[in-house]
Design a protein around this ligand. Structure first.
Ligand code: SAH
Length: 223
């Protein structure tokens, strides 16, 4: 098993470079995000049996009925969160295996990530520790409600599908801050959402509806 890992490790830089070329072709243009996607070894975040598919542009199972988002989705949400600026602190809802957290941690000052499934918090912590990612804090919590934290972040990235904007989180956005989330649309097919961006502007909240995506649902309560 160790030999397999090493084998993948030896080819992964090349495989990852190909993944990043595909992301460019798919319209990801933010060089900072592309550099982060080049730097983070995605195969570390999936089970060994799936590592061979880690760089394909597909979501993969991570246990507990959850998935690691496909690379394009991670890149697109990162690009929208960054919005071409240097990011201070970022709050992520839905840590899963920790891959998006690791990507965000490449260019944010600090990433606070919340996950409702305790076993996934432990799994993500193992992955992030193995990468020596020091600017990520994980919390076992329910991000569909107020977190009871004292935070002022530049961006909130929600990586589970919401049926309405989790407004309890908006208070964590600093002025000029931005929330990125998959939001279900009235009348659209079940399981399909639109990436939605909410900006805190001097004139109030401004909402934009963008790409069609498929995320696992944002649920309440801890597991
Ligand atoms: N960010 C991950 C995607 C994980 S999938 C990646 O990099 O691939 C979405 C995750 O959101 C799941 O692990 C799920 O358990 C979690 N989730 C769903 N509802 C939640 C909630 N209310 N609070 C925190 N996490 C939640």
């Amino acid at each position: 098993m160790t030999a397999d890992r090493t084998g993948i490790g030896m080819t992964s830089a090349r495989t990852r470079a190909r993944m990043v070329e595909r992301l460019r072709e798919q319209g990801i243009a933010d060089e900072v995000v592309l550099a982060a996607m080049t730097a983070v070894p995605r195969h570390i975040f999936v089970d060994e049996a799936l590592a061979i598919r880690a760089y394909d542009d597909v979501p993969l199972p991570i246990g507990h009925g959850q998935t690691i988002s496909q690379p394009w989705v991670v890149a697109r949400m990162s690009e929208l969160a960054r919005n071409g600026r240097d990011l201070g602190d970022v709050l992520e809802i839905g840590t899963g295996c920790g891959y998006q957290s690791a990507v965000l941690a490449q260019f944010a000052r600090h990433v606070y990530s919340v996950e409702r499934i305790g076993a996934l918090v432990a799994k993500a912590r193992r992955h992030l520790t193995s990468l020596k990612a020091k600017n990520v804090s994980l919390k076992h919590g329910d991000g569909s409600h107020d977190l009871g934290e004292d935070l002022a972040v530049d961006a909130i990235v929600v990586t589970a599908a919401a049926t309405h904007v989790p407004s309890a989180l908006l208070r964590y956005l600093a002025p000029g801050g931005r929330m990125v989330l998959p939001l279900a649309q009235a009348g659209e097919e079940r399981g399909v959402q639109r990436l939605t961006v909410i900006d805190v502007t001097p004139a109030g909240l401004r909402e934009q509806t963008l790409d069609t995506v498929r995320f696992v649902p944002l649920l309440s309560g801890l597991a």
